[in-house]
Design a protein around this ligand. Structure first.
Ligand code: ADP
Ligand code: MG
Ligand code: ZN
Length: 471
């Protein structure tokens, strides 16, 4: 990037709320069904149909605000934003204009060595539009997303580059998911963002003219669009040109942005209060109750665990892929003497933890950690037990016995096995005696293989060493 300019970015992030039904009618908000199967007179804008606000949408929007340290308005209202587009049958979107649900928060993001605070301007509630599908034979319209509740989170222009934007989106997505506010699936469009970007000469206080790049639906695209757009604006200024407020799109195949229109202004939308909905009135008690229901954010849990049990960062990250996994690990960790072993064992398969329900009880997870930590079963056996517990939530101690997964510590049995191994791997034994110490590890490996990993490694080593010396 041209070093004479500083890039300034503000983000508008749209997040679909995880409600059963749409924002103003009782149609299902489920994603991915047959087109136009979840529609009614309200969400398709038939004359005379009246909206009723979904209380759950208000709760989730306020919870998002509380996660981001916002002020919650006890009195807010819905407004009509008027514009025509084929995916919007009412020809207006019910949104919030001058009295949004939440204002003035912040989110700290990792940046360089420390953290950086991104200020949140406001969060408002609104409805999604339908989906246009452009095909060879014309454009198709699916109204299933029409009326699905969304929040729009608007930041102050606090970002200075793509890394900060990505860090913010990551942190935001994780918190929102954890609190059950949204799935934030970018590929399903339940999280998408508009990037507002301007540049200014380094040292300049005033903001430059911004371009708003619409509807970026992956972190990578957001980062690419930023890099391209900053260069483009710099080239315009360097050539003596002028920038003007503009709405741009992003071409995913070329990685470039393109002009769509001069930026519309707020007055173009003729906002006015939604006459069919009463204002949203909340009590402080309700807001407090919602606040008390919020989970501790994953980033702060990770820090706590890393410090307390000296977990690797990757391990802590794997355990926070879902709220269920994090809660379940934390409860079980409190019941075993070996929380770290439990963490490492669970984190070995993060895909399994990405779930809404951990099928193993805390008690059994803790018992498994005890088996592993105390040395009663080895690593391979613990992995197998965990695998089986996932199928059947049983007592791992009994299970280990039933399946004969306990560690083999019987000296006589191991000695016999060691003789066999030395006999059939004479070459390795020779190598060892000739001074290749690595061969010992290979011999231990043979013992492990022949016992499906159950031979006690320490004891096997000792026995092999004795035999190798005496023979
Ligand atoms: P609009 O609907 O006109 O896009 P919003 O208030 O919804 O307005 O969003 C404005 C966004 O643009 C905010 O994130 C804000 O921080 C950002 N922004 C405003 N001015 C600039 C600027 N000059 N450069 C970069 N970002 C800006
Ligand atoms: Mg905007
Ligand atoms: Zn409907």
């Amino acid at each position: 990037m041209n070093t004479r300019y500083e890039t300034v970015i503000g983000l508008e992030t749209h997040i679909e709320l995880k409600t059963e039904t749409k924002a103003f009618c009782s149609c299902s908000a489920v994603y991915g069904d047959e087109p136009n199967t979840h529609c009614c007179p309200v969400c398709t804008g038939m004359p005379g149909a009246l909206p009723v606000l979904n209380a759950k949408a208000v709760e989730l929007a306020v919870k998002a605000g509380l996660l981001l340290h916002c002020r919650v308005s006890l009195w807010s209202k819905m407004d009509r934003k008027n514009y025509y587009y084929p995916d919007l049958p009412k020809a207006y979107q019910i949104s919030q204009y001058d009295r949004p649900l939440c204002t003035g928060g912040w989110l700290d993001i990792p940046s360089g060595e420390g953290t950086k605070r991104i200020r949140i301007e406001r969060i408002h509630l609104e409805e999604d539009a339908g989906k246009l599908l452009h095909t060879e034979n014309g454009t198709l319209l699916d109204l299933n997303r029409c009326g699905v509740p969304l929040i729009e989170i608007v930041t102050m222009p606090d970002f200075r580059g793509p890394e900060e934007v990505t860090a913010y989106l990551r942190e935001l997505r994780e918190r929102i998911r954890f609190a059950g506010i949204s799935d934030c699936r970018m590929n399903e469009g339940s999280l998408r963002c508009d990037v507002n970007l301007s540049i200014r000469p380094v040292g300049e206080k005033h903001l430059g003219e911004r371009a708003e790049i619409k509807n970026l639906n992956s972190f990578q695209f957001a980062a690419k669009a930023i890099a391209y757009e900053a260069e483009r604006q710099a080239a315009v200024l360097d050539a003596g040109g002028v920038l003007f407020p503009e709405t741009r799109g992003f071409n995913e195949s070329t990685g470039t942005t393109f002009s769509m229109r001069r930026k519309e202004s707020q007055s173009d939308y003729h906002f006015f209060p939604e006459p069919d909905l009463p204002p949203i009135v909340l009590t402080q008690e309700t807001v407090e109750r919602w606040k008390s229901e919020l989970p501790e954010p994953p980033s702060s849990r990770r820090e706590r665990w890393q410090e307390r049990w000296s977990l690797a960062r990757e391990t802590a990250e794997a355990l926070t892929v879902s709220r269920e996994a994090a809660d379940s690990f934390e409860r079980a960790a409190g019941m075993t003497r070996y929380p770290k072993q439990l963490a490492v064992l669970l984190a070995a398969d993060p895909a399994r933890l990405e779930t809404e329900r951990i099928p193993v009880s805390d008690k059994h997870l803790a018992a498994l950690a005890d088996l592993l930590g105390s040395g009663a079963v080895g690593n391979a056996a613990a992995k197998e037990l965990l695998e089986r517990l996932w199928q059947e939530d049983a007592d791992p101690v009994e299970m280990a016995e039933r399946l004969g997964l306990g560690k083999i510590t019987d000296r006589a049995a191991l000695e016999e096995l060691a003789r066999e191994v030395i006999g059939s791997c004479a070459r390795m034994a020779q190598d060892y005696r000739a001074g290749k110490t690595a061969a010992l590890q290979a011999l231990i490996g043979q013992m492990m293989r022949r016992t499906q990993g159950r031979a006690d490694p320490e004891l096997s080593r000792e026995i092999l060493l004795n035999l190798l010396k005496s023979q």
